[in-house]
Ligand binder design. Structure first.
Ligand code: AMP
Ligand code: ZN
Length: 115
């Protein structure tokens, strides 16, 4: 997906503050952090959203979960974090490449959903 923002970050065409990388996933700081720690973890392979995920995506999507805690600890959220994956219109997804938000810091992030 040559015009996908996060694919372009994977390819190094757009700069990002990378905090973790392996064969399957990349993690970088959210450009508009909503908590002291706000990291996005993405599969390097383009997956539009969880509504588009297939069996072939199992490993990359699982990897996103497996690496999350170490990233949170390394970034300053040692006592837990919140992970959020927005999907589609109802989920409020803005960037159409699967990404998991890791939000946290020294203090609890607060109620799960707020109107
Ligand atoms: P979502 O609403 O779940 O699709 O979240 C998209 C997130 O991507 C937002 O929190 C944005 O601040 C973040 N974002 C957009 N562009 C960039 C970028 N170039 N680098 C880092 N984060 C970005
Ligand atoms: Zn993409």
């Amino acid at each position: 997906m040559s015009d996908c923002l996060f694919c372009r970050i994977v390819k190094g065409e757009i700069p990002a503050a990378k905090v973790y990388e392996d064969d399957e996933v990349l993690a970088f700081k959210d450009i508009h952090p909503q908590r002291p720690v706000h990291i996005l973890v993405i599969p390097k392979k383009h997956i539009t959203s969880l509504a588009h995920a297939t069996e072939a995506d199992t490993s990359a999507l699982g990897r996103m979960l497996v690496v999350a805690n170490q990233i949170a600890v390394d970034q300053g959220s040692p006592d837990g974090f919140r992970s959020i994956i927005n999907t589609g219109h109802v989920g409020g997804q803005e960037v159409m490449h699967v990404h998991m938000h890791i939000v946290g810091g020294p203090e609890p992030v607060g109620p799960m959903l707020k109107r």
